[in-house]
Each structure stands twice: as structure tokens, then as C-alpha cells.
Design a protein around this ligand. Sequence first.
Ligand SMILES: NC(=O)c1ccc[n+]([C@@H]2O[C@H](COP(=O)([O-])OP(=O)(O)OC[C@H]3O[C@@H](n4cnc5c(N)ncnc54)[C@H](OP(=O)(O)O)[C@@H]3O)[C@@H](O)[C@H]2O)c1
Length: 287
Amino acid sequence: MIVVTGATGTLNGATVEHLLDRVPAENIGVSVRDVTKAQHLAEHGIRVRQGSYDDPVALRDSFEGAEQVLLVSSSDMSADVVGQHRAAIEAAVAAGATRILYTSQQNPVDTSYPPAAMHAATEATLAGAALTNAGVTWTALRNGFFGDLDQLLGPWRQTGVIAQPAAGPIPWTDRRDLAEAAAVILAGDRPFDGPVTLAAPPVTLHDFAAILTEATGRTIERVVVDDAQWLAGRIAEGMPEFVAEMTLGMFRASRNGSYAEPAPLLGDLFGREPRSAAQQVIDHIAT
Ligand SMILES: NC(=O)c1ccc[n+]([C@@H]2O[C@H](COP(=O)([O-])OP(=O)(O)OC[C@H]3O[C@@H](n4cnc5c(N)ncnc54)[C@H](OP(=O)(O)O)[C@@H]3O)[C@@H](O)[C@H]2O)c1
């Protein structure tokens, strides 16, 4: 059985949908905080059990019978997320899982991007669990950046400019591709041991300006804003400080070239190119 956590969330919820195309529903389980949000999965014949990273006993029960467990990285920024992930890894080992997968982040070594430290620590915990427990293997799905394009690009629709801090290449990756890739890996026979990078080709904010210009017929320019000025502006507008710091950290890490290296695995898994930045922009404009 494959058990997926975070299945009532966007990324791993989509992974479960892709798994349904690849393995029988009775071989899929989900571990979710609120089972009432997973009724649609139960209706497909998926085993739904309650589990939370804050409740090791329930977690272990929800992992029962799993050969593989896919752990979502916690979205609870007020919690000790590394501790939560450790509890989840321990529960997966105790339940007898032989492979533990985790939704990590591309290049978690560059801690200019604050969540990198959490991902690096969790990967180290996974490696430690595999070393100390015979038969346990692990895979870190080092995902490229995904999410709200307007958060990446700022209010370009109103202003006609991408006015963001200096940045380097960023592998802006379609979350739908990341979800599908996780399902391909979970359902496939090819073992992926340790970290694997899943990311679309990196693009710069200059590239995005050109893509938006082409897609909208308007001239959209790229303007570089001083870090401190940008940070103060976002906080004054009401962006939570930690979100502003995190986003600035992404720009800073990209400047270091931390995400510049091409990562062909995503396309290899599909036998097609992942959705490009231009495709994602077109989809975004249409919504
Ligand atoms: N690489 C990137 O650029 C990037 C961008 C955004 C997010 N992320 C990371 O990727 C993860 C998945 O993204 P997403 O878009 O699917 O986010 P999401 O829709 O917010 O889903 C997060 C999931 O984590 C679950 N969760 C949170 N705390 C938990 C806990 N204590 N125990 C068990 N489950 C818990 C949530 O459960 P409920 O459904 O019960 O709330 C939810 O299902 C995020 O959590 C974040 O760590 C990465």
C-alpha cells in the first residue's frame, strides 16, 4: 500500500488523483488531519484514516500496512516543523514502511531561502532513519518553486512592471507536474534513493517580463528594487513579515545561482517537457 499525507492539500491531493490512474484504489491510503475533507477519496475506494504530525499514535495507525509513505512538508509555520517531520518519519518506520518519500525543496543547502533549513534537516533525519533501520529507504522530492505567480511577479497587471528585488534564474514549476511526478515515482519500479530534483527549466524575471509582453500584447518591464525598500513596501502593504522575508530569501538564493542548474528528471519521467513558464503564464492569465 502507498499512504499519502497532506492528501487534503493541493499538491499531495493532486498526487493521489494521479495515483488513481496508476494503481488500484485499494492499494492507496491517505493520512489526513480531517477525514471529512477526504470523503471524495473514500468514495473512490481509497483507505482514509485520521493522522496528524502532532499525534504520533494516530499517525502510526494511519500508516499501517504501508510499503511507501509520502510525507508532505508541513505548512504549519507556527510549529516545530522539523520535529513534526521527525515524528512522521518515526511513525512510518514503526509502521514498517520500506520507503519514505518527502516533498522537499530544490537545493535546500542555500539557507538564504529560510525554509531550506527545515528541508535540509528533514532530509538528514530521513538519511539517519535509513542508516539505523535495516530495509528503510528514502527519497526526497526536491521540488522547484511553485504557487501564486502574482506573488512571484508582484502587481504587474496594474503597474506594467515586474518591480521585484534582484534575482537570478528561478525554476518556476507547475504544481500539477510536481504532483504527477510524485505519482509516477510512487507507482513506478525505478528506485530513486536520496534526493531527486523535480523542476522546470529556470527562468529569470526578465524572461517573465518578455513572456508577459508576448502573452498580453502590453509592454511589461522588469525593474530591480532595492531589497530593504522592497521588504518595507510589502510589510507596509500588509504582507506578513515572515512571508516577505521568505520571498526575499528566494530572490537572494536565486541570485547565488542556487536554482540555475537544469534538472531534466521531470521531463524524463513524463516523456514530455514539463509545463514551461510561458505555459504557466498563459494559464494564469486565463484564470
Ligand atoms: N517548493 C515551493 O515553492 C513550495 C511552495 C509552497 C508550499 N511548499 C511546501 O509544499 C507543501 C505542499 O504544498 P501545497 O500547495 O499542497 O500546500 P497546502 O495545500 O497548504 O497543503 C499542505 C498540507 O499539509 C497538511 N498539514 C499541515 N500541517 C500538518 C500536520 N501537522 N500534520 C499533517 N498534515 C499537515 C495540510 O493538512 P490540512 O489539509 O488538514 O490543512 C495540507 O493537506 C506545503 O506544505 C509547503 O511546505 C513548497
